[in-house]
Design a protein around this ligand. Structure first.
Ligand code: HEC
Ligand code: HEC
Length: 310
């Protein structure tokens, strides 16, 4: 018996050690590169405000009863297949919020998904998209957050099912699904297309809702933008590609109108979580909305689920 147990025990100990070593944030950075780069220019608070709106930070972090959407003491719970996430206080409160954070710590959180204590964040915080924001844009966003009021109160701890409750397991998830490359400009495309690509893929995090995910909650790469379940439970976030189940029949202007007023071409208005998104995109410039439409109209068709009849 003893001869049998010790190799098993040894394997278990080695396996556990391998898990803890390979899932540390340092392991990810060593393998895939460190993306927490330094900003290169002076801070621009106005640009930070635009990114705050484009990024929909208030949708998750603003107190649910706060009409101004600037009291960032923690938002309503996110119910997911893995359990319940409670978006934390990201106000400038020094005790309950992120008032003590340095800019470098904020950039690391947004671009690497790593906390000041060196722990992984769960991708329910869509740093999977925000990581593509330039370090300058992230620094501007941080400067803007600092202008918002400090708000007291801590969000409850997440309520996750095992094994998702083991935070370090996110390290494994990152190794499997978080690419080492962040989005870069495409010289073959127009300036507008590049601006749209940047806004949709980073701050806008549109793919986070509009894509199907695998059992571990990662976006299925070759089905990106082909539609996904509505995170609020009912209905779907439709296909945004040029498929017939997607936006093939929509003009650029139709998309711009939706992002500005929330109206679809058949004079319906979008509901649920998309109406939250429209509150954000409505505050962008016409030029930004146009750029997003140009990018979306360039998405190759990917078949998605047929729409539910109205
Ligand atoms: C879809 C919901 C969602 C959106 C949108 C979102 N976040 Fe979060 N955020 C979360 C969740 C959930 C966490 C907690 C992650 C964890 O515990 O691992 C979090 C964590 C954070 C943290 C870490 C706070 C801490 O105390 O460690 C920061 C900073 C943050 N978010 C900033 C932002 C900013 C800035 C934006 C907008 C650009 C944003 N978030 C948009 C859900 C969201
Ligand atoms: C929090 C999840 C979520 C995010 C993030 C999100 N969407 Fe949506 N979107 C939805 C849902 C859900 C619907 C369906 C709303 C309805 O049927 O009333 C929708 C509908 C749409 C529609 C209408 C499509 C149609 O065929 O009716 C467009 C266009 C759209 N979204 C574009 C975007 C863009 C662009 C972004 C990024 C800026 C984005 N969405 C981000 C959830 C989301």
């Amino acid at each position: 018996m003893r001869r049998l147990i010790s190799p098993l025990l040894l394997a278990a100990v080695l396996g556990t050690a391998a898990f803890f070593i390979s899932t540390r944030p340092e392991a990810y950075s060593a393998l895939r590169g460190d993306h927490a780069l330094e900003p290169t220019r002076a801070r621009d608070v106005e640009n930070g405000k635009t990114l705050f709106n484009a990024g929909g930070c208030a949708s998750c972090h603003a107190a649910p009863d706060d009409e101004s959407r600037t009291k960032l003491s923690g938002g309503k719970p996110l119910v997911t297949p893995f359990g319940i996430f409670n978006p934390p206080n990201i106000s400038s409160d020094t005790k309950d919020g992120i008032g003590q954070w340095t800019e470098a710590q904020f950039i690391r959180a947004m671009r690497e998904g790593v906390s000041p204590e060196g722990k992984h964040y769960y991708p329910a915080f869509p740093y999977t998209s925000y990581r593509g924001l330039s370090p300058d844009d992230v620094a501007d966003l941080f400067a803007y957050l600092k202008t918002l009021p400090a708000a007291e109160g801590k969000a409850p701890v997440h309520d996750l099912a095992f094994p998702y409750s083991i935070r370090q397991g996110v390290g494994l998830w990152k190794l499997l699904y978080l690419s080492g490359t962040v989005i870069a400009p495409d010289a073959k495309q127009s300036l507008e297309w590049n601006q749209g690509h940047y806004l949709v893929e980073t701050a806008g995090h549109c793919a986070e809702c509009h894509s199907p995910r695998n059992a571990l909650g990662a976006i299925i790469a070759d089905k990106r933008f082909s539609g996904g379940p509505n995170p609020e439970g009912k209905g779907r976030a439709p296909n945004l590609t040029q498929d017939t189940t997607g936006l093939a029949s929509w003009s650029e202007d139709d998309i711009v109108t939706l992002l500005k007023d929330g109206f679809t071409p058949d004079y319906d208005s979008v509901g649920g979580s998309m109406s939250e998104v429209v509150r954000n995109t409505a505050s962008l410039s016409d030029q930004d909305r146009q750029a997003m439409a140009i990018y979306l109209k360039s998405l190759a068709p990917i078949a998605g689920e047929a729409r539910a009849p109205k």
